[in-house]
Design a protein around this ligand. Sequence first.
Ligand SMILES: [Ca+2]
Length: 164
Amino acid sequence: MTGLISASCEIVAGFTANVTTGQPPLYVTFYDRSVPNYSGNYYLWDFGDGTTSYSLMNAIHCYEDYGKYSVSLTVGLPCGAIDDTVMVNYIVVTCCEIRGDVDHSGGIDAADLTYLVAYLFTGGPHPSCDKEGDVDGSDGIDVADLTYLVAYLFTGGQPPPPCP
Ligand SMILES: [Ca+2]
């Protein structure tokens, strides 16, 4: 069965990443998962933010700005086979981890209320992440967010909606 020995000229592009969401600057390592997976292949990475990288099997890229990025990999074999794949909105660069965590401490509690009151009424600092301070998800930080947070913390109100 010599057919088993002769190499076929076919490739299927694929990749993964070590992380797909986080705050900027977000360093992401992309791993080639093309089949066959071979460092002699040709690679073109498009990171979705206007930058590309040639020739690296695995690529490291830093995302500097907030946004959702579609990443594509075009991979070719020395014999001429080529394939590409796109992961739409694969990388999400955001500051928002927990909406309602106004002080970005990692959880929602009375300290967030204190922070929000200070911001709204006494010149306290702006929440480090707008989306976390926008407790009710209305796209802005105002007294309605305070009302929502008070209701959630003390009167069995709904939890803040998930981060966008
Ligand atoms: Ca908090």
